[in-house]
Design a protein around this ligand. Structure first.
Ligand code: SF4
Length: 63
């Protein structure tokens, strides 16, 4: 498996900022601003990605 996955990307955040709930093996992608604001008085949510996911914006996390 490639090491260029979300878990080692600088934009991956492994704690919960959307809700108090955490998903095992998943985190938030901070590359883009929050999305999917469902109601005018609701806030947007950070996309949830799995640790082993990847995308073309991958950038290696500083050691
Ligand atoms: S979706 Fe892309 S930019 Fe976001 S954490 Fe994963 S590899 Fe990084």
């Amino acid at each position: 498996m490639s090491a260029n996955m979300c878990a080692s990307c600088t934009f991956f955040e492994d704690h919960a900022a959307n809700t108090a709930k955490t998903l095992e093996g998943a985190g938030l992608c901070r590359f883009n601003p929050p999305i999917s604001q469902p109601e005018a008085d609701a806030r947007g949510l950070w996309p949830v990605v799995k640790s082993e996911d990847w995308c073309g914006h991958f950038e290696k996390e500083d050691a």
